[in-house]
Design a protein around this ligand. Structure first.
Ligand SMILES: [Zn+2]
Length: 199
């Protein structure tokens, strides 16, 4: 049975739907995945490592809290540098294949540091690190794609008349141009190889 599929009981207008509920965030003052919220937020279960689990509990400021098996902390409490959005798979030729993850995961040793709905002193600013190579590369690709589409847009010629109107300022010496009704000739007269003396 697929737990992600809605289960229907009864028929008629009163029929009930049962779906697997997303895990609510256990951080005080955070409402992620509560019924009142309209969007789903990624969550992470508590780590198995006891020391790290203690660090999570003290970080979220819930003294004596004993997280159950379904207890979770939402992604809003983790620094970007602790979240992995892509898997990098080494290839035989030495390159790396990068694939976007369906669900983010945490780096080893990650713990909650951000508590936007609580007093600022409870949050911890992690030292800035260089962005992960995969994230940096993804941002570079996006920037290059944007530049290319801007360039394409700027380079888009809508009509011959448009070229005719702008040709004088675009075509500069040593290039010359001649306008005809349905065409434009752009050319350069090369004189450097001309013989100095005609025989
Ligand atoms: Zn939360």
């Amino acid at each position: 049975m697929d737990v992600n599929q809605p289960k229907i009981r009864g028929d008629g207008p009163e029929k009930l739907y049962f779906v697997k509920m997303p895990r609510k965030c256990c951080v005080p003052c955070c409402r992620s995945n509560y019924k009142t919220e309209t969007t789903l937020t990624s969550t992470f279960g508590f780590p198995k490592d006891e020391e790290l689990k203690k660090k999570w509990i003290s970080s979220i400021n819930r003294k004596d809290y004993l997280p159950g098996s379904t207890a979770a902390v939402c992604i809003n409490h983790f620094d970007e540098q602790h979240i992995i959005w892509e898997d990098r798979i080494p290839q035989k030729d030495g390159s790396t294949y990068t694939i976007e993850r369906k669900r983010p995961k945490l780096v080893d040793g990650a713990y909650p540091t951000k508590f936007p709905n609580q007093p600022h002193y409870l949050s911890e600013d992690l030292p800035k690190t260089r962005k992960s190579p995969s994230l940096r590369r993804a941002k570079e690709i996006t920037r290059a794609e944007n530049q290319f589409s801007e360039w394409c847009e700027a380079d888009n010629i809508k009509s011959l008349n448009e070229i005719k109107e702008n040709v004088a300022e675009k075509v500069k010496d040593p290039w010359q141009h001649t306008l005809k009704e349905n065409s434009i000739f752009i050319y350069k007269i090369e004189t450097s190889d001309c013989p100095k003396e005609m025989i």
